[in-house]
Design a protein around this ligand. Sequence first.
Ligand SMILES: [Zn+2]
Ligand SMILES: [Zn+2]
Length: 376
Amino acid sequence: MRDVKSIAITRANKLIQDRVDLPVLNKDQVLVRTLRTGICSTERELMHQTINAPDGYDFLVLGHEAVGEIAETGSAVSQFQKGDIVVPSVRRGCGECVFCNSNRSDMCNTGRYTERGIVKLHGFMSEYFIEQEANLTKIPPPLKSQAVLLEPLTIGIKALEEYYKVQKSRLCITKDISEKDILKNALIIGAGPVGLLTAVILACDDVPFVCADIDEDGGIKSEIVRMLNGKYVNLREYLDGDILNSSKLSREKSVGDLDLIVDASPDPVTCMQMIDLLRFNGAIVHLGLPGGNKERRMSCLDHYITSLVLKNGVILGSVNANFANFKTGITYMEQCQKKFGDVLDRIITHRFHFSDYQQAFDVKSKDRIKVVLEWS
Ligand SMILES: [Zn+2]
Ligand SMILES: [Zn+2]
């Protein structure tokens, strides 16, 4: 048995670095030397929540966004060899429901799934981690430096796939109406990692989009949006107190007739206030969990629901991603590199050695998009 340096959160919500024992490698498992792990809002939220530690532990090793290099393979491993670069998926199915048993644990309907670094399983913020080969995706070497973004990219891939499935089934009523006809115009709210990576997908597919955030125009977020041929909106310019003036936004920035609004922000109020810009039959995909002031949310709810009803609108929630989305993600990363150069590298705004984890978790600069820890 070997022990490895790991970053974990205790039941008292304290962030620590400690040595954690690695289990013995099973024959269908591989030992991965961690290269990079990403820090995501989920981890920041865990600092203020009751943690779901693995049984028998009073801490949870963090990390669900990772890339590593295979250091050792079990005797029955057939798809991978030492030296391969890999990205692990996060969720492990409940083993009971039809979705988990069909390789779609992202749609688990018992809620009894586990997730590495989040629910009941240690994560990847360790010098080494062990994983079943079935949960790993091989990364082409040219994508090694950006591959830590693959997991958050899959969140956008699943969300857009779900959007197309729902909208195609109800709107493509004749064979003359194609995917292109039902998504001509999208708005993403929140230019954090998930928002910008969703923008990458839309840009690769040549879907015109606007990205709105509370950070000013001229910073790294707006620069990335423009590199992707998108339009950037600073929401603060359209706020009258608490109320977003969507008609002013529509007038001044020609934002409107939206087929899709993706809410990748920590406060759904902006999205709810944008409802007037949604086209008839349009859809809203919520990726963020509601934060901020509850009274403000309640004050928008009637108008939001009324508009959705009168517009035949769809509200879709989406979480996690399925294994196939990781493969699709690699295709998008390759396409993005060809079309838009180093935009993915620029989404990684801060890099720290893992021993400086405290500093890494504390980065508050407005130019923060993705913070990563370097392990080797
Ligand atoms: Zn995440
Ligand atoms: Zn399940």
